[in-house]
Write a protein that binds this ligand. Structure first.
Ligand SMILES: *Cc1c(COP(=O)(O)O)cnc(C)c1O
Length: 401
């Protein structure tokens, strides 16, 4: 029977790294990165002005099929802005999953809204439409509202939590490790309650549901280009939307809400300095040119893991039918928490980096008072998930370092 040491041997063999430390995920600079960065330096456009930002926005819009893409300094800022321009504000409630990276819950908190943490599905690791529906049936009622969202598209009836009297202002599912949430079912539920959908697609660039890219189903979606994501700008994010007025507002508010003028300093909202630098965008332009290549290599790696774990005592988490995962981080499921800890201990002791899933948001001191449901599947995953090294395997790449 396959043992923990076989996992270590297999990962080392796959990366052709018999001794060196193997990280969980590191970037691959295999295209025009140096060239574009040098262009920034040679032209003096390294900061808030320069052609790479709009070029990167266009490339992201084209790749995802989103009508608009607005760059931001990181994915967390992009999510904060996406919530803000959709009218999420102090005292509201926002539904999300408890099994997520802290950024999702933090961005909700920045608006002053209260996160509500619901359970995930066993075949997606993402927000469960059934859990959302059950919670809404129990807690929500429709009430007439006066006033509009900043985009002017507010509806006359909004969902309210009948126990807290707070407006349920948005729902933020997250496509965990690049595995798409059941988004169409979720939309059917949310539509009944007029609750805007905002997708945290930070981990799912290159993941599709049918032919449609994750992050393009809701009013807004966001991407992240942090150093550990599928492609990176060092730090960066993107707001995706098909709504022109939301896109314009996102651009305006992420750039200090300055009214365009050749010399005057006039600002017409409380804005944010959330812009992406031209340097970061230059890196992004080069990286997105390599995206399909990187995704192919990641898929090859995932297939190798899937085949190898087929006759191992731990289950490989594979993409759901009808979806295409980017396999950002590969996941295996231990049989219980004790075994998970043993795998983590053994692999990390032997220079092969593995990680558990995030602690549930509802187990963290800032969020332990928040509303939640039974979180049965979330706890099930928290006990079992082990992320395996998932960087694209490129011949000779590791040896250069
Ligand atoms: C990476 C990530 C973000 C955004 O992170 P940044 O580091 O701010 O770019 C948001 N949500 C999730 C789930 C993430 O994994």
């Amino acid at each position: 029977m396959k043992s923990y040491s076989n996992i270590v041997d297999f990962v080392r063999e796959t990366y052709n790294l018999p001794e060196a430390f193997i990280p969980l995920h590191d970037p691959r600079f295999i295209g025009n990165e140096r060239k574009y960065l040098n262009e920034c330096i040679d032209t003096n456009f390294v900061s808030s002005v320069g052609e790479f930002v709009s070029r990167f926005e266009k490339l992201c819009a084209d790749y995802t099929g989103s009508r608009y893409a607005v760059a931001a300094m990181n994915g967390t800022a992009a999510l904060h802005m996406a919530l803000h321009i959709n009218g999420v504000t102090r005292g509201d409630e926002v539904i999300t999953q408890s099994l997520t990276f802290i950024a999702t819950a933090n961005a909700i908190s920045y608006t002053g809204a209260h996160p509500v943490f619901l359970d995930v599905d066993r075949d997606t690791m993402g927000l469960s439409p059934q859990a959302v529906e059950a919670w809404l049936v129990e807690n929500a009622e429709m009430r007439a509202t006066e006033g509009n969202t900043p985009s002017g598209s507010g509806s006359r009836y909004s969902a309210y939590n009948k126990y807290t009297n707070r407006r349920i202002a948005a729902c933020v599912p997250m496509h965990s490790f690049g595995h798409p949430v059941r988004i169409e079912e979720l939309m059917l539920v949310l539509d009944q309650y007029n609750i805007p959908l905002i997708e945290d697609a930070a981990e799912s660039l290159g993941s599709f549901i049918g032919e449609r890219h994750t992050g393009t189903f809701g009013r807004c979606g966001i991407l992240s280009f942090n150093g550990n994501k599928v492609i990176t700008t060092g730090g960066g994010g993107m707001i995706l939307t098909n709504d022109e007025s939301l896109a314009k507002m996102a651009k305006h508010l992420t750039t200090q809400a300055k009214v365009p003028h050749r010399w005057e300093f006039r600002h017409d909202f409380v804005g944010y300095n959330y812009r992406l630098t031209n340097l970061a965008a230059a890196l992004g332009c080069a990286q997105i040119e390599s995206l399909d290549h990187i995704l192919r290599l990641k898929r090859d790696l995932a297939n190798k893991y899937r085949d190898w774990f087929n006759d191992a005592p731990w289950q490989f988490f594979a993409e759901r039918e009808g979806t295409r995962a980017n396999y950002w981080l590969n996941v295996i499921l231990a049989n219980n928490r004790e075994e998970r800890d043993e795998i983590l201990q053994y692999t990390n002791d032997h220079g092969v980096m593995t990680r558990p899933v995030w602690e549930l948001m509802t187990d963290l001191p800032m969020f332990e008072q928040c509303q939640h449901d039974d979180l049965i599947n979330s706890r099930w995953f928290a006990d079992r998930v082990v992320n395996l090294p998932s960087s694209a395997v490129i011949e000779g790449y590791g040896k250069m370092m």
